[in-house]
Design a protein. Structure first.
Length: 119
Protein backbone atom coordinates (compact mmCIF):
# COMPACT_ATOMS: atom_id res chain seq x y z
CA UNK A 1 0.00 0.00 0.00
CA UNK A 2 1.09 3.53 -0.77
CA UNK A 3 -0.16 6.44 1.31
CA UNK A 4 -0.07 9.92 -0.17
CA UNK A 5 -0.55 13.09 1.84
CA UNK A 6 -0.97 16.43 0.08
CA UNK A 7 -0.41 19.81 1.64
CA UNK A 8 0.12 23.41 0.64
CA UNK A 9 -3.28 24.41 -0.67
CA UNK A 10 -4.99 27.64 0.26
CA UNK A 11 -6.49 30.90 -0.92
CA UNK A 12 -4.45 33.10 -3.21
CA UNK A 13 -5.14 36.07 -5.45
CA UNK A 14 -4.93 35.79 -9.21
CA UNK A 15 -1.32 36.10 -10.32
CA UNK A 16 -0.04 34.59 -7.11
CA UNK A 17 1.81 31.36 -6.43
CA UNK A 18 1.41 28.23 -4.35
CA UNK A 19 3.49 25.12 -3.91
CA UNK A 20 1.75 21.85 -3.24
CA UNK A 21 3.53 18.90 -1.69
CA UNK A 22 2.74 15.20 -1.90
CA UNK A 23 4.52 13.05 0.65
CA UNK A 24 4.57 9.32 -0.07
CA UNK A 25 4.82 6.55 2.52
CA UNK A 26 7.21 4.60 0.28
CA UNK A 27 10.21 5.42 -1.82
CA UNK A 28 9.00 7.35 -4.84
CA UNK A 29 11.84 5.74 -6.75
CA UNK A 30 9.74 2.58 -6.66
CA UNK A 31 6.77 4.39 -8.20
CA UNK A 32 6.46 4.38 -11.97
CA UNK A 33 4.55 7.65 -12.38
CA UNK A 34 3.61 10.44 -10.02
CA UNK A 35 0.90 12.82 -11.15
CA UNK A 36 -1.21 15.76 -10.07
CA UNK A 37 -4.91 15.97 -10.89
CA UNK A 38 -7.48 18.60 -10.06
CA UNK A 39 -11.23 18.74 -9.83
CA UNK A 40 -13.18 21.96 -10.12
CA UNK A 41 -16.71 22.21 -8.71
CA UNK A 42 -19.16 20.46 -10.99
CA UNK A 43 -16.44 19.18 -13.28
CA UNK A 44 -14.62 15.92 -13.79
CA UNK A 45 -11.21 15.31 -12.36
CA UNK A 46 -8.52 16.21 -14.88
CA UNK A 47 -4.83 15.50 -15.20
CA UNK A 48 -2.63 18.53 -14.55
CA UNK A 49 0.73 16.93 -15.11
CA UNK A 50 2.82 13.85 -14.47
CA UNK A 51 6.40 12.79 -14.05
CA UNK A 52 7.84 9.39 -14.83
CA UNK A 53 10.55 7.78 -12.72
CA UNK A 54 13.85 8.99 -14.08
CA UNK A 55 12.13 11.15 -16.68
CA UNK A 56 10.84 14.64 -17.18
CA UNK A 57 7.40 16.06 -16.51
CA UNK A 58 4.53 16.60 -18.89
CA UNK A 59 1.69 19.06 -18.46
CA UNK A 60 -1.76 19.78 -19.76
CA UNK A 61 -1.72 22.74 -22.16
CA UNK A 62 -3.64 25.03 -19.81
CA UNK A 63 -0.83 25.01 -17.21
CA UNK A 64 2.27 24.79 -19.41
CA UNK A 65 4.75 27.51 -18.57
CA UNK A 66 3.04 28.22 -15.24
CA UNK A 67 3.17 24.93 -13.29
CA UNK A 68 6.23 22.82 -12.56
CA UNK A 69 6.41 19.32 -11.09
CA UNK A 70 9.54 18.36 -9.21
CA UNK A 71 10.53 15.61 -6.79
CA UNK A 72 12.85 15.00 -3.89
CA UNK A 73 13.78 11.33 -3.69
CA UNK A 74 15.37 11.83 -0.29
CA UNK A 75 12.09 13.10 1.16
CA UNK A 76 9.85 10.85 -0.96
CA UNK A 77 7.95 13.97 -1.94
CA UNK A 78 6.64 15.37 -5.18
CA UNK A 79 5.89 19.05 -5.59
CA UNK A 80 3.64 21.12 -7.80
CA UNK A 81 4.83 24.70 -8.09
CA UNK A 82 2.01 26.86 -9.40
CA UNK A 83 2.76 30.37 -10.62
CA UNK A 84 0.63 33.02 -12.31
CA UNK A 85 -2.46 31.41 -10.88
CA UNK A 86 -5.82 32.09 -12.49
CA UNK A 87 -9.35 31.76 -11.06
CA UNK A 88 -9.89 28.80 -13.38
CA UNK A 89 -7.12 26.94 -11.52
CA UNK A 90 -9.45 26.70 -8.53
CA UNK A 91 -10.24 23.18 -7.42
CA UNK A 92 -9.21 20.29 -5.26
CA UNK A 93 -5.78 19.05 -6.22
CA UNK A 94 -4.98 15.37 -5.85
CA UNK A 95 -1.71 13.52 -5.90
CA UNK A 96 -1.67 10.19 -7.72
CA UNK A 97 0.86 7.39 -7.77
CA UNK A 98 0.93 4.63 -10.38
CA UNK A 99 3.03 1.75 -9.15
CA UNK A 100 3.13 0.06 -12.55
CA UNK A 101 4.77 -3.36 -12.37
CA UNK A 102 7.00 -2.45 -9.44
CA UNK A 103 6.70 -3.45 -5.78
CA UNK A 104 3.50 -1.43 -5.34
CA UNK A 105 1.26 -2.27 -8.28
CA UNK A 106 -1.90 -0.26 -8.61
CA UNK A 107 -2.95 3.36 -8.47
CA UNK A 108 -3.13 5.39 -5.30
CA UNK A 109 -4.69 8.73 -4.42
CA UNK A 110 -4.17 11.31 -1.74
CA UNK A 111 -7.00 13.00 0.11
CA UNK A 112 -6.72 16.22 -1.89
CA UNK A 113 -5.94 19.80 -1.00
CA UNK A 114 -8.11 22.81 -1.85
CA UNK A 115 -6.74 25.59 -4.02
CA UNK A 116 -8.84 28.71 -4.40
CA UNK A 117 -7.77 31.56 -6.67
CA UNK A 118 -9.67 34.79 -6.26
CA UNK A 119 -10.01 37.33 -9.05
Amino acid sequence: QVRLVESGGGLVQAGGSLRLSCAASVSIFSINTMAWYRQAPGKQRELVGSIIRGGSANYVDSVKGRFTISRDYGKNTVYLQMNSLKPEDTGVYYCNADGGTGPYPGKYWGQGTQVTVSS
